[in-house]
Design a protein around this ligand. Sequence first.
Ligand SMILES: *Cc1c(COP(=O)(O)O)cnc(C)c1O
Length: 476
Amino acid sequence: MADHPSGTGAAAASDIPSLDRLLNAEALRPALDAHGRTQVVAALRRDLDALRRRALDGGLARSELDAAAVAARTSAALDQAAQPRLRAVYNLTGTVLHTNLGRALLPDEAVASVLRALTSPANLEFDLDTGGRGDRDDLIDDLLCELTGAEAATVVNNNAAAVLLMLNALADRREVVVSRGELVEIGGAFRIPDIMKRAGAKLVEIGTTNRTHAADYETAIGPRTAMLMKVHCSNYAVTGFTKSVGIADVAALAHARGLPATVDLGSGTLVDLTQFGLPKEDTVRETIAAGADLVTFSGDKLLGGPQAGLLVGRADLIRKIKKNPLKRALRVGKLTLAALEPVLSLYRAPEFLAERLTTLRLLTRPLRDIQPQAERLRGALAHAAGPGYAVEAVPMFSQIGSGALPVDQLPSYGLAVRYAGSGRPGRHLDKLETLLRRLPVPVIGRIADDALWLDLRCLEARDEAAFAGQLAEPLA
Ligand SMILES: *Cc1c(COP(=O)(O)O)cnc(C)c1O
């Protein structure tokens, strides 16, 4: 550095500037304005300590002592530390409702409602008609009843909480009859037998893995039976020589003995999905109409709303559930209710649903949108990945995810990246996957069959330019 005579040669510990001098240097002003004195002082101390150690080792250059150089390092370290841990990513995994990526995305109406609830007082538990105390469930229970045909409804933190609460409120120290074919484990340590134990209920398993008959339910009913329960086989399918008893028959058996029939519907959908070209899934309304006394389901799976557990069913049972002390521990906050109400309201106009409900829009996104997008983006990804890789626009299959309809796959389109060199592709694909994950907005794909697959179903038109912008420069 010719214009910087002090910037050449080795430096000694005595050349290192003082903390005070640096704090008063003009070069540190932007860092002080952005991060505040407390953090800048701590970062400078760390930097100066490192400089002192390096000076003792004899490896310190004078150029590193410049206030501008110190400021650059300090700002970079503080900017890095200030990055939020929870970040937006591109979900190109092909799994629309990806539990690890936050499941359903909220429609704009819900976002606006959450923003209002965040920044303004709201009538969360305040009755605007009487001026008296209200119940937070009142905000959404009418809507839930209207959409499901149930008599009453309540909401808790998630569906696991809904199942726990239902079992504790209605089956504490009593027996719950469940078919062996339905003893499901959902990813993330939710197992029906474990939840049952924690709720204080005793599980009575009936039938076999592949076949359960009505008589199995009948003979299992005894003086300590609290309910017959059905659980949706969310993430697996029992096929082949199988037999299960439908909810209508289970409900009839239960009712004949004066017991409730309950259903953990898992994803739970409020509309007939076949009208949108999606696979058939029993709706909550159909389940209630078939005789279920209580149904629990998730808010952020097929429903397309915020994380929540919804319980709908007979008024007397919901009343009992709401009186259980666990309800208070598992209740939802105002942000959940703020997001849930507009999402449920969208279901009142089913003709707009496929356009306005983000989850359904993504699930029904036509190939005629996705395929040209893959062809448009192919060149950008090929350029960014570099000559070591071959990128093709190819058809692929998306999944709904979150245990909904595990065996059905949606025709989609995307980019397949293969290693173009000789030898084993694994390490090279891992490296590319890592580089994509380190972009400012990380791109999450999946590696399978010696290729990195980026399914473009969930890259909506409004995000395409920003996505392509990140690929303008070669990665690495
Ligand atoms: C997903 C699922 C759950 C858990 O729901 P969360 O909302 O994730 O707590 C419970 N039961 C079934 C059958 C499920 O599919």
